[in-house]
Design a protein around this ligand. Structure first.
Ligand SMILES: Nc1ncnc2c1ncn2[C@@H]1O[C@H](COP(=O)(O)OP(=O)(O)OP(=O)(O)O)[C@@H](O)[C@H]1O
Ligand SMILES: [Mg+2]
Length: 494
């Protein structure tokens, strides 16, 4: 029996995971790679180090498998910019990561010049340094790169596809392209007018293929133990892959991934909706069989699990991430304290790059456990903020929220989330839904599964958290959260 392999190239590490024809993970390897913070607000990766981590985890995984590989699916940290030379195959600059804020001045000047409306309607995004194009513009204006015929741009998926195919394929998929600020999400093609606005030559852009469909095949001798000719048949950004891995195939179905940040995506079907205040509209995926495009509304929350790391690394309040759940659950409430984790500004629904973190409502009874609880509750409050915006925009009440990601192991978080939303919160049986989604996209393209129905039949939950009948207490806590957010907004250092 052949297996599928997912390559999940995340922000802090990469995972290679094998998936059986039953849709179950049967082995995985994970490796972290270095982060570079050379200036305040800057976050960079070395594209060569990402490739090394991917090829090493893939080689390690292949060494444990007896089965042949039916196909590979790629999923990746989105928006991050890699530039390389088509001739030498070498990266031309450090990759500029999605969290990097260096594009903020350009966003402000483009907004002042009146470009926001074009960006909103054509890309579904907002003018924020989060997305790729302002990072690209910086590389050409201040990064010392001259755009010429040998320069290639890609998000991390394109970079890996290029390397795996031995430089034969320079492509991406619509879910990744839709995060660049350069892609028309209705026509599903690069937009020359936007390329012009950002000063990006269209010659550097990858071809846009399907998210599920054959994009290329592996070259010989690129990774130890990987034969030539293995199809690469799935590509999607990590959050869209997680939506697929959660089998959210019908309009209205919604997932939240509690990772470094949290990303709530609602499938809104095959028609691209108009821009929604505070939220992003994005391509969820394009499939070849069945021929289909799906769109999603997205709430992008920048800091949730990263605040757990902050408690651990900056404050030393916990020794390991896994300690926060039990510590937060050791108290019934935060004693009136709120932590607004706007450590890199605020994303959805506020979009305030000038917001900074705030800790309010402190009294003498607030200690370590209350602070830990405030960090956990903030994950749920931020999710409520975006779910409220989604329900208002789609006119559709949420039936349930499917959840996954590193912080979703905390039962206390998910119970509180259910109370706060008033709907069941359902944790998936497979915790690695991002990697699973990439494998499913590849398997669907290669006929391992015949239909989306076959995939959703196999989807299973691990636990369901039902909302409490009495929501007066959580409602008043949420009102407090909204006031706390006001304190964090538009912070200006005197
Ligand atoms: N046991 C735990 N309890 C609470 N939080 C946890 C636990 N384990 C991990 N986390 C948090 O979850 C986050 C990691 O989750 P996950 O691996 O899903 O992240 P990610 O955003 O997908 O990362 P990447 O981009 O590298 O793939 C970390 O920020 C960490 O603080
Ligand atoms: Mg991830």
């Amino acid at each position: 029996m052949a297996v599928l392999i997912a390559l999940d190239a995340g922000t802090t590490g990469v995972r290679a995971m094998a998936v059986s024809p039953e849709g179950l993970p049967i082995g995985a390897r994970y490796r972290e790679f270095p982060q570079y913070f050379s200036r305040p607000g800057w976050v960079e990766h070395d594209a060569e180090e990402i490739w090394t981590a991917v090829s090493a985890t893939l080689a390690d995984l292949l060494a444990t498998l007896d089965q042949p590989v039916a196909a590979i699916g790629i999923t990746n940290q989105r928006e991050t910019v890699v530039l390389w030379d088509r001739g030498t195959g070498q990266a031309l600059h450090r990759a500029i990561v999605w969290q990097d804020r260096r594009g903020a001045p350009l966003c402000e000047s483009l907004e002042a010049a009146g470009h926001l409306e074009l960006v909103r309607t054509r890309t579904g995004l907002v003018l924020d340094p989060y997305f790729s194009a302002t990072k690209l513009a910086w590389l050409f204006s201040e990064g010392g790169i001259t755009p010429g015929p040998s320069v290639a741009f890609g998000t991390v998926d394109s970079w890996l596809l290029w390397r795996l195919t031995g430089g034969a394929v320079h492509a991406t998929d619509p879910s990744n392209a839709s995060r660049t600020l350069l892609f028309d999400i209705r026509r599903l093609e690069w937009d020359p007018e936007l390329a012009d606005v950002f000063g990006v030559p269209t010659s550097i852009l990858p071809e846009v293929g399907p998210s599920s469909g054959r994009l290329g095949t592996t070259a010989a001798d690129v990774v130890a133990g990987l034969p030539a000719g293995v199809p690469i048949s799935g590509v999607a950004g990590d959050q869209q892959a997680a939506l697929f891995g959660q089998a959210c195939f019908a309009p209205g179905m919604t997932k939240n991934t509690y990772g470094t940040g949290s990303f709530v995506l609602m499938n809104v079907g095959d028609r691209c909706p108009d821009p929604v205040p505070g939220l992003l509209t994005t391509v969820a995926w394009s499939l070849e069989h069945p021929a289909e495009v799906a769109y999603a509304l997205e709430g992008a929350i920048f800091v949730t699990g990263a605040a757990v790391q902050w408690l651990r690394d900056q404050l030393g309040l916990i020794g390991a991430a896994a300690e926060i759940g039990p510590l937060a659950a050791s108290v019934d409430d935060t004693g009136g304290a709120y932590l607004v984790p706007a450590l890199t500004g605020l994303g959805s629904p506020y979009w305030d790059p000038h917001a900074r973190g705030a800790l309010v409502g402190l009294t003498r009874g607030v200690g370590r456990a209350q602070l830990a609880r405030a960090v956990v509750e903030a994950m749920a409050f931020q999710t409520r903020d975006v779910v409220d915006a989604m329900q208002a925009a789609s006119g559709q009440a949420l039936a349930e929220l499917r959840v996954d990601g590193g912080a979703s192991v905390m039962d206390a978080l998910l119970g509180f989330q259910a109370d706060l939303l008033g709907v069941p919160v359902v944790r998936a049986a497979v915790s690695e839904t991002t990697a699973l989604g990439a494998a499913l996209l590849a398997g669907l393209a290669e006929g391992v599964w015949g239909s989306l129905a076959e995939i959703s039949d196999r989807w299973a939950h691990d636990a369901i958290f039902t909302p409490a009948a009495d929501h007066a207490a959580v409602d008043s806590a949420y009102q407090g959260w909204r006031r706390a957010v006001e304190r964090a907004k538009e912070w200006v250092q005197p």
